[in-house]
Design a protein around this ligand. Structure first.
Ligand code: DX5
Ligand code: ZN
Length: 224
């Protein structure tokens, strides 16, 4: 099964967002990845429903919304209404994670849960059967352009095992510091969705960077 590439618009030029959206639309990318930051769960503040609504109107592909916000249960319905295809909440930001997952389903979006680098995969043991997506953070969330944390490869492997054991349909997504140099390794460990911001939008040829990420094979010998 081939993998998906999800460019993160966080690294795009926000004064030319229309061009970035059209580039993703016409490229070989599969999803849009949109990073919502609240300045509380993570130190940074990015954008919210208002911007997502406009992006989603122009986007012709799956809109993958990554909520790096404290207590996301307050906003599930409004992000679904803004045009998200799938929402991903952080396990660390939810007191009642099981309830938030049901809330996403009731809102009619795909349900994802993200784990910070220090959070064990085992926190998902009792909810994995309900999930469409598991996001293994490969950097500490909050900023683009950070260095990939190599220990996350073992976590991707553990998540893949958990998914198999529970016969879950969840896809594993990786996010942070992903590029040609480590994509083969995370795919080999079981990732199916590659989020990439800087390695796409800070490159000279973003469409070509997307194509190269699409063409990468699962490769255990890739440099990390
Ligand atoms: C980080 C965000 C990422 C970010 C990735 O907190 O969740 O989606 O945009 O950016 P790169 O690919 O530059 O690490
Ligand atoms: Zn993200």
């Amino acid at each position: 099964m081939s993998h998906f590439v999800a460019p993160s618009l966080l690294a795009a030029d926000f004064l030319r967002l229309d061009q970035a959206i059209d580039l993703v639309n016409t490229s070989e990318a599969d999803w849009f990845h949109l990073d919502v930051m609240d300045g509380l769960f993570v130190p940074n503040i990015s954008f919210g429903q208002f911007i997502i609504e406009q992006i989603a109107e122009r986007a012709e592909k799956y809109v993958d919304v990554h909520l790096m916000i404290q207590d996301p249960s307050r906003y599930i319905e409004s992000f679904a209404r803004a045009g998200a295809s799938g929402l991903t909440v952080h396990a660390e930001a939810c007191t009642h994670l099981h309830r938030v997952i049901q809330q996403m389903k009731e809102a009619g979006v795909k349900a994802g849960v993200a784990l910070n680098p220090h959070t064990p995969v085992s926190v998902l043991e009792h909810v994995i059967e309900d999930l469409d997506l598991v996001l293994i953070m490969t950097v500490n969330p909050g900023f683009g352009g950070q260095k990939f944390i190599y220990q996350s490869i073992a976590k991707v492997r553990q998540a893949a095992e958990l998914i198999t054991t529970h016969n879950s349909r969840a896809l594993i997504e990786v996010d942070g510091g992903i590029g040609e140099q480590n994509a083969g390794k995370v795919l080999e460990a079981g990732a199916r969705v590659l989020v990439a911001g800087s390695s796409i939008f800070k490159s000279d040829d973003p469409a070509q960077a997307i194509r190269r990420l699409k063409q990468i094979d699962a490769n255990p010998l890739a440099y990390v």
